[in-house]
Design a protein. Structure first.
Length: 137
């Protein structure tokens, strides 16, 4: 598991560097849309690093139950990089559109991760109930 953790942190760092390069070094001018997207990108990457650390700290026999959280986390970071590209191309976008796109993506992915956590808890409750009612023949 340590090797996978190291690879995950490496890929996270690559994503942070790519987002930084896309939003700080490539634009000709730093518009409000670029700054809002940059701030949301930093927030997203830090939130998902914390989520990965929490999931890694709680590892046990039910490791596979954290796979949806990891998958949604990676998907969110990739979609955030796509937003970085979009707002790099359309750097003249209004602040409202930028906030709505970035905030909407954060909201949708947060709800999906919360639903994933609820599903994980439900699976654990069913498993506990099954183990309590198990009888040896």
């Amino acid at each position: 598991m340590k090797k996978n953790w190291g690879m995950g942190v490496f890929l996270w760092a690559v994503g942070v560097i790519v987002a930084h390069i896309l939003l700080v070094y490539l634009p000709n001018e730093m518009t409000t849309a670029v700054w809002i997207t940059y701030g949301m990108s930093v927030l997203v990457f830090l939130l998902h690093l914390m989520a990965w650390m929490i999931c890694a700290a709680k590892q046990g026999a039910d490791n596979f139950l954290y796979v949806p959280n990891y998958m949604l986390s990676v998907m969110h970071m990739v979609l955030q990089l796509v937003l970085c590209l979009l707002f790099l191309v359309f750097s003249g976008a209004s602040e409202k559109v930028t906030v709505l796109c970035n905030g909407g993506l954060l909201l949708v992915m947060s709800v999906l991760m919360a639903l994933s956590a609820i599903g994980k808890r439900h699976i654990e409750n069913i498993e506990k109930r099954q183990n309590n009612n198990h009888r040896e023949l």
